[in-house]
Write a protein that binds this ligand. Structure first.
Ligand SMILES: NC(=O)c1ccc[n+]([C@@H]2O[C@H](COP(=O)([O-])OP(=O)(O)OC[C@H]3O[C@@H](n4cnc5c(N)ncnc54)[C@H](O)[C@@H]3O)[C@@H](O)[C@H]2O)c1
Ligand SMILES: O=C(O)C(=O)C[C@@H](O)[C@H](O)[C@H](O)COP(=O)(O)O
Ligand SMILES: [Zn+2]
Length: 387
């Protein structure tokens, strides 16, 4: 069922644009379909890329190897056909979280150098959040910064990682610890690419979608409750609505606090202090990011209950929605000491103290300091079913 009177409007082709409002660095998120595979054998329509950046002499496609043939090749061919004045190169990246590493970024910098990348080159990230974060960081740092465009190919990347300019890599003991804020020139979403996305990876993206409902938009949360089945089945209308609503939430928050200085942007980190500790301590890639976020949100909601910020009903509503999205809400076991060590390196830590994003009601969260370590431990234990 898709029934929200505030559903985003669409143009005749059912394409839609959401703007990330950042003054003269504002950029569009274009939500399209049938653009990459092209209509009636015409090849990819790369107008979104060519409109996004003027005076380009060189396109560098940084591509997840799993989507290279099917989704990046048509883009490369269409860019190639623009003419002799523009070069196109492709750098393939192995799939998976372990590619967000010091070794990978070093390899990419050297390949960019060998390909003659300069400040009139534009990087195009084609892949999920891993390639988006990695390619974005390469663009932010090579030659002290070249332009880039995000072409997200996972649901998670469409609703979250391609928007807002957080780029970077992991260290073995700390997720996203090295990176830069570097905004893309545009985000080009083509929902057709989800046709090849495995179910588990697709559902992982729903973890971040649920997050927006809890942190920012109670009406969207209710809509998700009504439409979870459709989303799991990938109903096209439900999916487009969820992508647009998520992008609108993220664009609004990023526009208000681009570099997470006022604290507003930190709300996007709901569940993430726990999630990043789960990812790092279980080995990157064991839990997908959105799955870890789902479990992390459960831990955060329990922490909020423990300190009297919200009641048990919020946890139940959140758990029910996560379960309806076929996401995990618990894990069998956890190395809590190791998790606490990783959590201490969270970027929200201030004066050595952990700070958490915690809900007071559906649709509202706050950044909270002075949390007792024992409450953190108890929240993890309750979520792994130990207490
Ligand atoms: N920068 C941000 O604001 C931000 C926000 C959220 C998450 N992230 C980061 O994003 C990463 C997770 O992103 P993800 O969930 O997209 O993971 P991912 O990039 O690892 O992609 C998941 C899997 O799907 C495959 N894949 C991608 N697109 C496909 C397609 N269309 N068809 C078939 N297979 C496809 C990939 O090869 C990979 O195996 C994490 O590193 C997380 O930290 C960043
Ligand atoms: O864009 C943001 O800001 C977010 O926090 C979005 C998160 O979903 C994302 O996982 C982000 O990469 C986490 O950032 P970090 O600063 O905690 O590493
Ligand atoms: Zn996230």
């Amino acid at each position: 069922m898709v029934s929200n009177p505030q559903a985003p409007t669409t143009d005749e082709s059912s394409n839609r644009t959401v703007t990330v409002p950042l003054g003269d660095r504002s950029y569009p998120i274009r939500i399209t379909s049938a653009c990459i595979c092209g209509q009636e054998g015409r090849g990819a329509d790369v107008g979104i890329l060519t409109d996004a950046a003027a005076d380009v002499t060189h396109w560098v496609l940084i591509v997840d190897e799993a989507v290279s043939n099917r989704w990046a090749t048509p883009i490369g061919k269409a860019l190639d056909s623009i003419g002799d004045t523009v070069r196109v190169n492709v750098i393939e990246v192995p799939s998976g979280e372990t590619s967000k590493s010091v070794e990978s970024i070093g390899g990419i910098w050297n390949q960019m150098l060998n390909l003659g990348t300069d400040r009139r080159s534009v990087v195009v990230a084609v892949g999920g959040g891993v390639v988006g974060d990695l390619a974005g960081f390469a663009a932010a740092t090579f030659a002290r910064g070249v332009r880039f465009v995000q072409v997200p190919t996972t649901l998670l990347a469409m609703v979250d990682s391609s928007v807002g300019g957080k780029t970077g890599i992991n260290l073995p003991g700390a997720k996203n610890m090295v990176g830069a804020f570097w905004q893309p020139e545009a985000v080009w979403i083509d929902t057709d690419v989800l046709a090849t996305l495995p179910d588990r990876t697709y559902r992982s993206g729903l973890g971040e979608v649920v997050k927006y409902g809890v942190i920012d938009d109670a009406k969207f949360f209710d809509w998700l409750v009504d439409n979870a089945d459709g989303l799991v089945r990938r109903d096209a209308d439900a999916l487009r609505y969820a992508i647009a609503a998520s992008c609108e939430s993220k664009a609004r928050v990023v526009g208000a606090d681009e570099r997470e200085t006022s604290g507003r942007r930190a709300i996007l980190n709901y569940g993430h202090t726990f999630a990043h500790a789960i990812e790092a301590t279980t080995g990157y890639g064991t839990w997908l990011h959105g799955e870890a976020v789902a479990i992390g949100m459960q831990m955060a909601a329990r922490l909020a209950i423990r300190i009297g910020m919200c009641d048990a009903d919020l946890l139940k509503r959140q758990s029910d929605l996560l379960a309806a999205c076929q996401l995990p809400t618990t894990m069998d076991t956890a190395d809590i000491d190791a998790m606490l060590t990783v959590m201490q390196r969270d970027k929200k830590v201030a004066h050595g103290k952990l700070r958490f994003i915690l809900p007071s009601r559906i649709g509202h969260v706050d950044l909270v300091s002075d949390i007792d370590r024992n409450d953190v431990i108890a929240s993890i234990e309750q979520t792994i079913g130990k207490a």
